[in-house]
Design a protein around this ligand. Structure first.
Ligand SMILES: Cc1cc2nc3c(=O)[nH]c(=O)nc-3n(C[C@H](O)[C@H](O)[C@H](O)COP(=O)(O)OP(=O)(O)OC[C@H]3O[C@@H](n4cnc5c(N)ncnc54)[C@H](O)[C@@H]3O)c2cc1C
Length: 302
């Protein structure tokens, strides 16, 4: 039996594992993907985290945390968690490959990218939610980015170095990204920003794609056809469907207290999956830290 099982190997989960091991807890991290690291692995350049190098890629950044986690002695198990019994004592975690028990659980399995309304089987090959992994799709094309947040605008700047032209489409009156990213956008002559604009449909096939843009104020439609590709960054949906009996917000995020405890005894949560307004790698790391240290305290005092 493990002292602690951590679900998800993003920054929150890996940090929780490092701190759990620093307190000598027998620790396993479950990750459903082949690669460790979660969202930040797929980010072009990591920004604003203390100590991060200039132009450090997400995969480079997270590889260091992965090495640190393994060196600390945590097991990283590449299996998908499919069911959990959070109220049992010990807690039971079922995966696609087996059944595991732990005294405590940290839920850190993040969010899934929110899909575009117009995403369907028909246009599945024309849309990506990961610019870094699918950067080859942007080469020499006119690409459309959906979203105005830091992440959307940062990935647009990255794609502008590969694509002929980048169109940022955003439903709002102004981009919400930080000023530094907006200034960089303004300095690029191959990025055009379309405010008050949504993408209504994406159709065709690779090499001849039609994107239908709607002006949300006037309802005017503009259709553009050509060698296009669409990247969407319109937020995330918390991966909480697995968890019965947890207090969730109306948007599905896990309610936690200041120690990252959920309403179920022995169950903690950290990172993008919890109900916090700020979602960055620094907050994910901080929340993973708090969860692991509090778990160690609880086990020591049991
Ligand atoms: C485009 C973009 C750029 C960003 N850039 C920055 C930046 O530069 N600096 C910054 O501070 N923040 C940035 N962020 C935010 C930051 O990436 C996130 O806040 C942070 O990575 C969240 O980490 P997490 O550990 O909570 O979740 P995640 O990274 O989502 O990790 C969750 C993990 O759980 C796994 N998982 C899910 N379900 C299961 C299951 N059932 N079983 C097993 N494993 C499962 C997933 O595969 C994933 O690996 C960016 C976000 C985006 C979208």
């Amino acid at each position: 039996m493990y002292d602690v099982i951590i679900i998800g190997s993003g920054v929150a989960g890996l940090t929780a594992a490092i701190y759990a091991r620093s307190r000598s807890l027998k620790t396993a991290v479950f990750e459903k993907e082949e690669n460790v690291g979660g969202i930040i692995r797929g980010v072009s350049f990591v920004t604003h985290y203390p100590g991060v190098s200039y132009n450090e890629r997400g995969d480079e950044f997270v590889s260091k945390i992965e090495d640190q986690t393994r060196d600390a002695g945590a097991e990283i198990i590449h299996e998908e968690v499919t069911k959990v019994d959070l109220n049992a004592d010990p807690k039971v975690v079922y995966t696609n490959n087996g059944k595991y028990e732990a005294k405590k659980i940290v839920i850190a399995n993040g969010t899934a990218p929110r899909k575009l309304d117009c995403h369907s089987e028909d246009n599945d090959t024309l849309i990506s939610y990961d610019a870094f992994a699918d950067s080859s799709k942007a080469f020499g094309k006119e690409v459309f980015i959906v979203g105005g947040s830091d992440g959307a605008v940062k990935e647009s700047i990255f794609l502008a170095s590969l694509a002929n032209k980048v169109h940022i489409t955003h439903q709002g009156e102004a981009l919400t990204a930080i000023e530094a990213f907006q200034n960089e956008v303004n300095s690029k002559n191959n990025i055009e920003v379309h405010l008050n604009t949504r993408i209504d449909s994406i159709s065709g096939e690779s090499g001849n794609v039609t994107v239908k843009l709607r002006d949300v104020k006037t309802d005017e439609i503009t259709e553009v056809s050509g060698d296009h590709y669409v990247f969407a960054y319109i937020g995330g949906v918390p991966n909480t469907v697995l968890y019965e009996g947890l207090d969730l917000t109306d948007k599905g995020y896990i309610v936690i207290d200041k120690n990252m405890k959920t309403n179920i005894d022995g169950v903690y949560a950290a990172g993008d999956i919890v109900d916090n307004d700020v979602r960055q790698i620094s907050t994910a790391a901080s929340e993973g830290t708090i969860a692991a240290i509090r778990i160690a305290d609880e086990l020591k005092n049991a």
